[in-house]
Write a protein that binds this ligand. Structure first.
Ligand SMILES: [Cu+2]
Length: 265
């Protein structure tokens, strides 16, 4: 069989099952905030461009190897550097192309996404303070005087493999954070002890909770539902056991929940 043909057949045999296996649970969760949508868009754009470049260059190289092979009468070149204008042009063209890609095609959307991520100062409808603690999360609505903690409820038996694991294994808590849908929420995060990190993938936000510092991020969640996340900064032996659960509900339901949290039991 011909070398190139064999190579193409081999590559498609290797990639074919991968495409069939590409199950969406390996992909990103559905984005529900402007930041999550923006970062997913940026990711997809970059991937398409980077993969096209990769396969384009690879195809050009393979074609060149095959076309200029020794058995076809080709001898190695003797020059060591470009000399003519035409050679310099072909040397500098990819370099210029990469500069445009990096600073323009990739740089501008990436810059826009970072600016958006940091836009916490203006027009927030609600402020939530998130405090990481070994090994639970504390949530506070400072202007409402509401404060509570949120702990893992997965039974130890499931963790020790004595019982079958539940549907939301290690992603379930006693007191989920409740937030209103469609409102700009400003989060302020800090920690009581070591560095933790508050991360809900569907919101597209992940921010370290650093002791002695206040850090910020924001989310405007478009869809009601239950969203789950985890501490994503190694914070000690129970790092895996401090999940995040957020119930996003309509404003009226949120108001009722907040009122019930204010009432002393
Ligand atoms: Cu932690």
């Amino acid at each position: 069989m011909h070398g190139l043909k064999r190579l193409i057949l081999g590559a498609s045999a290797a990639l074919g099952p991968m495409v069939a296996w590409a199950d969406l649970s390996w992909s990103f969760p559905d984005p529900v905030t402007p930041i999550a949508k923006e970062t997913l868009h940026v990711h997809n754009l970059f991937m398409v461009i980077a993969l096209s470049l990769f396969f384009g260059v690879l195809a050009l190289m393979l074609y060149s190897f095959w076309k200029h092979r020794k058995s076809n009468g080709h001898a190695p070149a003797t020059f060591t550097a470009p000399k003519s204008r035409k050679q310099w042009f072909w040397v500098l063209l990819p370099f210029a192309g990469l500069l445009v890609l990096d600073y323009g095609v990739f740089g501008i959307p990436a810059y826009h996404a970072v600016l958006m991520y940091e836009d916490t100062k203006t027009d927030a409808d609600l402020v939530v303070k998130v405090t990481g603690s070994q090994w639970l999360w504390q949530y506070e609505f400072p202007s409402e005087g509401v404060k509570f903690s949120s702990r893992l409820t997965t039974p130890r038996e499931q963790i020790m493999n004595l019982e079958p694991k539940g549907e939301n294994y290690l992603l379930e808590v006693d007191n989920p954070l409740v937030l209103p849908v469609g409102k700009k929420i400003r989060f302020i995060t800090t920690s009581n002890d070591v560095i933790h990190s508050w991360w809900v993938p569907a919101f597209g936000v992940k921010r370290d909770a650093v002791p002695g510092f206040l850090r910020e991020f924001w989310a405007k969640i478009d869809k009601t539902g239950t969203y789950r996340g985890q501490c994503s900064e190694l914070c000690g032996k129970e790092h895996a056991f401090m999940p995040i659960v957020v119930n996003v509900v309509p404003q009226a339901e949120f108001d009722a929940w907040l009122k019930s949290k204010k009432t002393p039991l």
